[in-house]
Design a protein around this ligand. Structure first.
Ligand SMILES: C[C@@]1(CC(=O)O)c2cc3[nH]c(cc4nc(cc5[nH]c(cc(n2)[C@H]1CCC(=O)O)[C@@](C)(CC(=O)O)[C@@H]5CCC(=O)O)C(CC(=O)O)=C4CCC(=O)O)c(CCC(=O)O)c3CC(=O)O
Ligand SMILES: NC(=O)C1=CN([C@@H]2O[C@H](COP(=O)(O)OP(=O)(O)OC[C@H]3O[C@@H](n4cnc5c(N)ncnc54)[C@H](O)[C@@H]3O)[C@@H](O)[C@H]2O)C=CC1
Length: 295
């Protein structure tokens, strides 16, 4: 957790509140189905929202057409422009992705009157919140925001962050989520001394175990961690909960409607691989220099 002085060090304001908005089952109105609209649909489907899309058919981007065809239960599409306040009925969130700042302003004004949060892709000053460059691997979500200063730079920083990931973090987080849910089922108390003990134990196992080891857990191993670990107030070793030897590489799959890439995750993660490679390269160089000198 951050201390007050750490938060003070961040900046004296001028930022925005970064959150993970829970949209499951909620209704989102999207006005405009061009390229930006298509990218909004990808994010909304990933968040399990129900989408109502308004856009003249001739303006639909190819990916938007694909989404409408593939997810008829999730996207209610109307081949027309935004008509007025009745469109906002029962909406939890509104996004405009249109090439018309006057229409965007009218829609944003109506949303403000109805107290519905709104994002207008073409007019930042009308936005209640901004989108950012996203990385998603199952439950792992990272958003890069320049807070409106340079969207393209956000996308470039996203690529750097993506390259620094090992590829197995999403799976590891899913398994940690399972372990945590099983523990909460055994010990459902909220707060109090038991709640504090549960939080301390969860933090300790996350700190002590290499992240990659969590990816190898199955249901039986999760129960064994709880029997040998939680019940005895200690953190068991991986070998205690798994009789099988660890494989040297693990296949991981990232999820989400716009993703789905299968990658090979190195067991040591990219963080360790780079220094090891540098060390080996340095050693080879030293040997070559010594041999050259001897000659
Ligand atoms: C304020 C914000 C409002 C919002 O959309 O929520 C906004 C506004 C505007 N963007 C414009 C232009 C471009 N936007 C992109 C790309 C992205 N834009 C995104 C977010 C945001 N864009 C919010 C701030 C986010 C932040 O500050 O970090 C990303 C991160 C996320 C996403 O949209 O999903 C996504 C990259 C995702 C990825 O690749 O991962 C590119 C580059 C490209 O397309 O490759 C360009 C051209 C180059 C450039 O301008 O940088 C213009 C027209 C400007 C003009 O006319 O000159 C406006 C309106 C204006 O600024 O007036
Ligand atoms: N935030 C971001 O990431 C970015 C934002 N932009 C801004 O977003 C706007 C949209 O970009 P694109 O999708 O590339 O534009 P686009 O022109 O491909 O799509 C806009 C769509 O909105 C539809 N439309 C226009 N008025 C409408 C209305 N009243 N009701 C319903 N639909 C309507 C059009 O028919 C068209 O299909 C651009 O004007 C640009 O300023 C551009 C790039 C990135």
């Amino acid at each position: 957790m951050q201390t007050v002085s750490e938060i003070d060090n961040l900046s004296p304001g001028g930022g925005s509140l970064m959150m993970a908005w829970q949209l499951k089952g909620k209704r989102v109105l999207l006005v405009g189905g061009g390229e930006v609209g298509a990218s909004r649909i990808g994010h909304l489907l990933g968040a399990d929202a129900h989408i109502t899309l308004l856009c003249p058919e001739r303006g639909l981007f190819s990916a938007t057409k694909d989404y409408i065809a593939k997810y008829p239960q999730r996207i209610t599409y109307f081949d027309r422009r935004f008509t007025g306040p009745a469109e906002l009925h029962k909406m939890d969130l509104v996004l405009t992705a249109i090439d018309n700042p006057v229409a965007s302003r009218d829609i944003a004004d109506l949303c403000r009157q109805a107290k519905i949060p709104v994002n207008t892709a073409d007019v930042p000053e009308l936005c209640d919140f901004y989108f950012g460059a996203h990385i998603r691997d199952g439950p792992l979500q990272i958003m890069i925001s320049s807070n409106g200063n340079g969207p393209r730079i956000s996308a470039l920083i996203k690529e750097k962050v993506q390259a620094s990931l090992g590829g197995s973090e999403g799976l590891a987080i899913s398994k940690i989520g399972q372990l945590r849910a099983e523990l909460k089922q055994r010990v459902p108390e909220i707060g109090g001394p038991v709640g504090r003990k549960r939080m301390r134990w969860m933090s300790k196992i996350c700190n002590d175990w290499p992240m990659i080891d969590f990816t190898l857990l199955d249901d039986a191993m999760i129960q064994k961690i709880l029997d040998e670990g939680w019940e005895k107030d200690r953190v068991p070793t991986f070998e205690e909960v798994c009789e099988k030897p660890k494989p040297s590489v693990v296949e991981t799959t990232s999820s989400g409607p716009t993703e789905g890439v299968v990658r090979k995750a190195n067991l040591f993660g990219s963080n360790l691989l780079i220094p090891v490679a540098n060390f080996v390269a340095g050693a080879v160089f030293m040997v070559a220099v010594m041999l050259a000198r001897q000659r």
